[in-house]
Write a protein that binds this ligand. Sequence first.
Ligand code: SF4
Length: 179
Amino acid sequence: MNYHNITHDDMNNGDGLRVVLWLSGCLHHCKNCQNPQTWDPESGIPFDELAKQELFNELSKDYISGITFTGGDPLHKNNLKEVYSLISEIKEKFPTKTIWLYTGYTFNQCILEPGEVVHSHNGLKLERQYIVEMCDVLVDGEYIEEQRDITLKWRGSKNQRVINIPETLKQNKVVLYCD
Ligand code: SF4
């Protein structure tokens, strides 16, 4: 898994002050994406032990609310295994910190339907589901230039949603974190 940047004390990608991991790899190729340099999963540099320690060091600070995964797409197939284990470790070490994740996939594209059988073609969906279920907030969907709205909080276009994942899973319907 490669990444481009780690930003500290970030106020623009979720609630409070956050540490943000900008991962490589995205297949969505949205028109006028702000970070096309991240599309290639081989771009950036390998996410190594030093980068992980940088994240953990930030998360250990009282005033940091949590971590945001963005990019690129953290749910690009090349990132799934490492993002899963990284979030698992963060939840264990920093249980009070929140996890936000930005993806070009919609929530429904990441969650198996009731009774949907896992085949090889949707095995990735199940891997995405395991990650989404560990998040506090998911900002979902591609950026659609025609629906751009600069007044929106935490997202660029109207189709994207800021989803409260624990409530969504509890109520079995999409519950928004904010409008
Ligand atoms: S999903 Fe995000 S990173 Fe990927 S192309 Fe769309 S706006 Fe860019």
